[in-house]
Design a protein around this ligand. Structure first.
Ligand SMILES: [Zn+2]
Ligand SMILES: [Zn+2]
Length: 110
């Protein structure tokens, strides 16, 4: 089991929801950035749920979270705090989707 575990369906769905929020900084189309877990120890790897949406520039560009992390966090906040906000937004989105599906499913009955 040395190979990196592929994302499960649920993880992939979560990541596509994260990406659909758009870049956290500039709202442009985004990919997901994996947060490094705090207190990284042996056996701990970053989770596909610990992801935030960033466009190419803010992800891998000159002043991005990968190339200029200190500066990035000084300007936009620590990535773990961004992660908390992203998780809230995704939870809100899921709740709205659930409601929407519920009403659709029971349309004729209400
Ligand atoms: Zn951006
Ligand atoms: Zn990244």
């Amino acid at each position: 089991m040395a190979k990196k575990k592929p994302a499960t369906k649920a993880e992939r769905e979560h990541m596509s929801k994260v990406a659909s929020l758009g870049c956290w900084i500039c709202q442009r189309p985004a990919n997901v950035h994996h947060i490094r877990p705090i207190g990284l120890g042996i056996g701990r790897r970053s989770s596909h749920y610990d992801t935030i949406p960033l466009c190419y520039d803010h992800h891998q560009g000159q002043f991005s979270i990968h190339n200029c992390k200190q500066q990035f966090e000084d300007m936009y906040g620590k990535e773990v705090f961004i992660l908390q906000e992203v998780k809230k937004r995704v939870a809100d989105m899921e709740q709205a989707n659930d409601l929407f599906n519920f009403y659709n499913k029971h349309k004729g009955e209400i």
